[in-house]
Design a protein around this ligand. Sequence first.
Ligand SMILES: Nc1nc2c(ncn2[C@@H]2O[C@H](COP(=O)(O)OP(=O)(O)OP(=O)(O)O)[C@@H](O)[C@H]2O)c(=O)[nH]1
Ligand SMILES: [Mg+2]
Length: 262
Amino acid sequence: MTASLPTSVAQLLPQGIADALNDQRPAVLLALAVVVLTVLLLAVVLPLLKSNRTRGSLIVVAGPCGSGKTTLFYQLRDGSTHNGTVASMQENSGEVLVKGDKGRTVGKVTLLDVPGHERLRHRLEQHLKDAAAVIFVVDAADIMPHKVEAAEELFEVLTHPSVCRRRVPLLLACNKSDLDTQAHSLDFVRRTIERQLDAMRKTRATVSPEMAAKAALLGKAGDAGGLSLSLDKLRSPVSAVECSALTGQVQALHAFLAGFAR
Ligand SMILES: Nc1nc2c(ncn2[C@@H]2O[C@H](COP(=O)(O)OP(=O)(O)OP(=O)(O)O)[C@@H](O)[C@H]2O)c(=O)[nH]1
Ligand SMILES: [Mg+2]
């Protein structure tokens, strides 16, 4: 069955196209449809598939200087700390084989260790756009002198637009638990960070409307039922574990990574 274009439509089209359509050349229409579909596929669908693939397994390791990120990176990647590290000025990236309960490999993830230096904070912000999850490393033995630095960086991570929008999971890794007498308990580190973040969101809310909007992403004071902010009630799911990158006590990290292994 054939049908010609309505006159009002035909008048709006260039003469050649209107004639072609009126000539009922199905081959032309079919070719046009194929071209449009191909362009759509290339421009929209493929980049989406590609970004989902990388996002599926990129784990960003962040945290203050000296907390043990690079040591943890080597421990997870190679099962060795390579006899110590120096302060990093470059990212380290590598594939990690994720181990299940019985030590069997359950898949792999890409780990990206981002230096803690404040001057490199913009690089962390870039990487967070592609992160499937974040491991935020703090030094459990030295958290008190570094609590402001740790909370400031964590504030940036937890209020990062992409992290908030995609509700990227975050693991607070309380490292250096091998320092028995000096390392604070998981609960202590967690509460210290919560109190510091709480104070930070209150003071930042008064700085500017932009800061107030960012601070509001951590919830309003009192949301946690008490005075302090609760890491359990944020947009991103946050969990916390003890570990020792130096001695290889990293099973809890493998358990977290298993959720993102491919
Ligand atoms: N006792 C103990 N020391 C650790 C542990 N993890 C790291 N360290 C030590 O802490 C120091 C800093 O470790 P790094 O891994 O270089 O710290 P980083 O977080 O990468 O620091 P930046 O690169 O400056 O951001 C080194 O002397 C490590 O040997 C741990 O689990 N236990
Ligand atoms: Mg480092």
